[in-house]
Design a protein around this ligand. Structure first.
Ligand code: ZN
Ligand code: ZN
Length: 369
């Protein structure tokens, strides 16, 4: 059985158990996960017995290439995609149909509901995401390639980083080197925070030059084979004066974040609640006196999306299972001084875990003394 056939079989079982007559898969990455079809603007209707890809003429050749054995309903230009969906649903005589709530806008949902007469169309979430949380061998291999490309791009960026480069230009360098290293694109617009701007966990890149402060935070990743990697490292700014007071303060919080991350990673394994992992880092940071400065969740799954199941945070009931790949990214953010975040990607294995990322993270790795 192919990987796509196995995934569709698992989903069909969940649809039957729901119980639903069908699930209309609307998110492009979920359609791709289930069928191998890499285009967009298409729906995949999954009943307990059949799978139908609903698409249009533009994608006919791509469908023949990506998933030649799949049953399809290709609409002509005289119908829109919602009319095509309604036609298939009516032809099959379906009554209770779930639609992926996160894959359509409210407007699209209302349009479909009006077109699907005598059908109970209800929003549903998490069916495919639950399957996606556990990666198979091919997905783990894609994530390894994605991490490798991200790490090569980071090394190349570091080798060419100039004191006069702005945050935007550092972002451009990463973007450029990700493609040169064989990536499709960056996993997300890189975050580059120079000096006190590193205390803003998510911000847009500015014209601040790296030499205007002593250090910078870089959060970046690559997309390879549709899979996303996600890392964060701190760097000394080349050409910066490295004031002693700044160095000792940064070292203090860096050491706490690194130890918190090390403890959280050590806690990772199958059967472990994500709450326990979050607490391993959060408790340590709080005991060090920085509890209120760690303002976000500890981590998240990565895969076809940059943020996916499981959430690694205190308010999640998720339990880790072998095959999950998660980021572990504690941080301490001090307003007007700066922030430290260290982020790595970790595979949960039957016996514990494997850290997939390999960029050094000890204090000395920030730059030459
Ligand atoms: Zn990140
Ligand atoms: Zn992340």
């Amino acid at each position: 059985m192919t990987i796509h056939a196995r995934r569709l079989k698992d989903l069909a079982r969940a649809v039957r158990a729901a119980p639903l007559d069908a699930l209309l898969v609307a998110k492009a990455c979920n359609v791709s996960y289930l069928t191998g079809f890499t285009g967009d603007s298409s729906f995949c209707l999954v009943t307990p017995k059949r799978t139908i890809l609903i698409s249009d003429e533009r994608y006919r050749i791509q469908i023949d290439d990506d998933c030649p054995n799949l049953e399809t309903h290709i609409r002509g230009h005289d119908k829109n995609t919602y009319q095509a969906v309604a036609e298939v649903v009516a032809n099959l005589g379906l009554r209770d149909v779930g639609i992926e709530a996160s894959g359509v806008t409210l407007q699209e949902f209302e349009t479909l509901r009006d077109l699907c007469k005598n059908v109970n169309l209800v929003g549903r979430t998490g069916y495919v995401e639950k399957l996606r949380a556990i990666k198979d061998e091919s997905e783990i291999a894609a994530l390894r390639r994605s991490i490798s490309v991200a790490e090569k791009a980071f090394a190349a960026m570091r080798a060419t980083l100039q004191p006069g480069d702005s945050e935007k230009q550092v972002g451009d360098l990463i973007d450029h080197y990700v493609r040169r290293a064989g990536g499709e694109c960056v996993a997300f617009p890189p975050i580059v925070g120079v000096g006190d701007r590193s205390a803003l966990p998510h911000m847009t890149l500015s014209d601040r030059r790296v030499e205007e402060a002593d250090f910078l935070l870089v959060d970046w990743g690559a997309r390879v084979g549709q899979y996303h990697s996600d890392l964060t490292r701190m760097l000394w700014a080349p050409g910066a004066s490295r004031k002693r007071a700044v160095e000792s303060r940064l070292r203090k919080i860096y050491t706490v974040v690194l130890e918190a991350q090390t403890r959280a990673i050590a806690a990772l394994g199958p059967g472990v609640s994500v709450k326990v992992v979050d607490e391993a880092a959060r408790g340590y940071i709080a005991d060090a006196g920085y509890g209120k400065n760690f303002t976000h969740g500890l981590g998240h799954g990565i895969g076809l999306e940059i943020h996916e199941a499981p959430a690694v945070r205190s308010n999640s009931d998720d339990v880790l299972q072998a095959g999950m790949v998660v980021t572990i990214e504690p941080g301490i953010y001090l307003p007007e001084f700066g922030g430290v975040r260290i982020e790595d990607d970790v595979l949960i294995t039957p016996g514990g875990h494997e850290i997939l990322t390999s960029v050094p993270r000890e204090w000395e790795s920030l730059g030459e003394e």
